[in-house]
Write a protein of this length. Sequence first.
Length: 248
Amino acid sequence: MKRAIIKVSGSDPAAFLQGLVTNDMRRLSQQTPLYAALLTPQGKYLADFFLVLRGDDILIDVAAPLADDLFKRLTMYKLRAPVTLEHTDIPVSRGTGTAPQGAMPDPRHPALGWRLYGAALPEDGTDWDALRVAHCVPESTIELVPNETFLLEAGLHHLNGVDFRKGCYVGQEVTARMHHKTELRKGFVTVSIDGAAPIGTPIMAGEKVAGQVFTQSGGRAIAYLRFDRAQPAMQADSAVIDWQEPSS
């Protein structure tokens, strides 16, 4: 998916973002980007992004369809903060082979390779859908839907996108409350799929809706499931969905 870069500059852009995003800005370094999200006050997803330190500035690497809304929301939160926001045309490249000079590791999972800012390199042939499905990595605007998705149901805490000790941020109370529950009742998982179904197709367990199916690759898929309704041999259109609950 095409990416967009928003530059945050000023006297202390990290302090501005610290009270807004789900990760701890104190962990950001010149060598290691952060993965984080911005939520509504009700704890629902608005955008996920990579935060990259570039000199004294911070780059926000976000899916292009979400960039304008993210920019508007950050502008709303800016108030009198001594920062400026700017759309840029900085290119983003990614790959899973040998990392070029200046590339940074994708902070979500080692299998997702590297990201490079400032150079537009050709695609290296990586099957990104297969990698995302294998490691249950949701994608902006596909699995992750603004104003609908809850962060922990999306598994962003398993992808190094949430810091539970950093203190307050927008939507923190709801996220913390969900975190301290005994277990989540719904969420994204990788399932087996025999056949194919359009993204968003309901998964039926008998007469009941047990979830939805999303990205599919190589006989597996990312699915959003209600765990209390999930069972073997569910249906999504003409496809058969199977999920094995992890042993405790």
